[in-house]
Design a protein around this ligand. Structure first.
Ligand code: THU
Length: 131
């Protein structure tokens, strides 16, 4: 199964009764294993979680902390851009050159990287001297 197909499949199980906007995400760990997640909304809106966060949580819970590829899909007119928080979450476990494929259910894709999505990222080097 391709990473994008994994994201497409898990998107069907998204819980998005409030926005009606279902998102699927899949990350590939360094082992080659695929981890997929969907958005899970809540009636207390800020408690909802993004698809990317779900995929990352599954990867970490499965014992991996390095991702080498990302795919995100939604039923949007143009490939859905991950939110700011998810960009930082992806950056935590990937590299600047890690490929990210953004897709619409209609077949439009945009290939980018974590570095392009989050230039000037905050990272551990900015905390040096504070330990
Ligand atoms: N959402 C994601 O899951 N990932 C994204 O990259 C963009 C937004 C979700 C959050 C919320 O459940 C819905 O899409 C509308 O914002």
């Amino acid at each position: 199964m391709t990473l994008l197909n994994a994201a497409r499949d898990v998107r069907e199980r998204a819980y998005a009764p409030y926005s009606k906007f279902k998102v699927g995400a899949a990350v590939r760990g360094a082992s080659g294993q695929i981890y997929a997640g969907c958005n899970v909304e809540n009636v207390a809106y800020p408690e909802g979680t993004c698809a990317e966060a779900g995929a990352i949580a599954l990867m970490v819970a499965s014992g991996e902390t390095e991702l080498v590829e990302v795919a995100v899909i939604a039923d949007s007119p143009s490939p859905v851009p991950p939110c700011g928080g998810c960009r930082q979450k992806l950056a935590e476990f990937g590299r600047a050159d890690t490929p990210v494929l953004l897709a619409t259910t209609g077949g439009v894709t945009l290939a980018t990287t974590i570095g392009e999505l989050l230039p000037g990222r905050f990272d551990i080097s900015h905390m040096s001297g504070n330990e």
